[in-house]
Design a protein around this ligand. Structure first.
Ligand code: XBP
Ligand code: MG
Length: 272
């Protein structure tokens, strides 16, 4: 059912804030999950996370936090909390190193339509930011492979998991990005893939465009500016996309601006 959220007057769009995992690339199933399993093996632990189990574990944001959550039901996990935390730190560090190796092979592509929207932002002189709860080293590894060593120059702000006290769905990463950019929430749009990510953006007051990732194809996500299967297709979006565009054209800035304008004139966010 639609959930309507009141929205004050909306001005021109000043920044596009990107989530990373699931939004820029399908990093969870084929990246972090695989790297965690390799880290378990490297650390001599018999644990393995299947695709299905990892989908459930994703409800806990933050890789180290996710591991600590899973350890609660693992008989082999250390009994003392301090020991569990130490083990989680060790495994997580190893996982991040293995993740960097994995994305460094180029096997994790950008999601289709991502590069196109980034190019449009650059051509328009619209600032972009990264607002993610993943570790900075993981963002660096992924974006370095795709955009080269100077990737960070393309973004006016990069806020990662280490930069905040609380991870998504807490709005901290988005609030920090807005502060650094010196703009209001309604002057930005967030590109997100998950319920926790949308909740974080919305709690910061930022309208979110949802490009559902593999793990969140069916998830209930409310209070988004728009929700669809990915920037690569004009089909399956809610609200439906503006008419007249070539069917092969990816979802881009004009579409995001049309959604913002429609939400503004109707004084609400479209949602599911
Ligand atoms: C991403 C996360 C991260 C990654 C793993 O969420 O929750 O924990 O799964 O990265 P979002 P780390 O896409 O909402 O930012 O191991 O570095 O935490
Ligand atoms: Mg995400």
């Amino acid at each position: 059912m639609a959930e309507m959220t009141a929205m004050a007057e909306i001005g021109p769009l000043k920044a596009v804030l990107w989530d990373v995992d699931g939004t820029i690339a399908e990093t969870e199933r084929d990246g972090h999950r695989v790297a965690f399993n390799r880290a378990f093996e490297a650390c001599g632990l018999p644990w393995r996370w299947s695709e299905a189990l990892y989908g459930e574990l994703l409800h806990t944001t933050g890789g180290r936090e996710r591991l600590l959550h899973d350890m609660q039901t693992r008989p082999m996990a250390p009994a003392r909390l301090a020991d569990r935390e130490a083990l989680a730190r060790t495994v997580h560090e190893k996982k991040n190193a293995l993740y960097a190796d994995l994305v460094g092979t180029g096997l994790i592509p950008l999601r289709e339509g991502v590069a196109n929207l980034m190019v449009q932002c650059r051509e328009r002189g619209l600032r972009m930011g990264i607002a993610t709860t993943t570790s900075r080293s993981n963002v660096d590894a992924l974006l370095r492979w795709h955009f080269g060593a100077a990737w960070a120059q393309q973004f006016a702000v990069v806020v990662c998991g280490e930069d905040v006290q609380r991870k998504k769905p807490d709005p901290a990463v988005y609030e920090q990005a807005l502060r650094t950019l010196g703009i209001g929430a309604l002057e930005a749009v967030a590109i997100e893939d998950s319920p926790a990510g949308v909740a974080a953006a919305r709690a910061a007051g930022i309208p979110a465009v949802v490009t559902r990732s593999a793990y969140f194809e069916q998830a209930t996500i409310s209070a988004a500016l728009a929700i669809g299967p990915g920037l690569h297709t004009r089909r399956g979006w809610l609200p439906t996309l503006r008419a007249g565009a070539d069917e092969r054209e990816p979802v881009g800035l004009k579409d995001i601006e049309a959604w913002r304008a429609a939400a503004d004139s109707a004084s609400h966010f479209a949602a599911e």
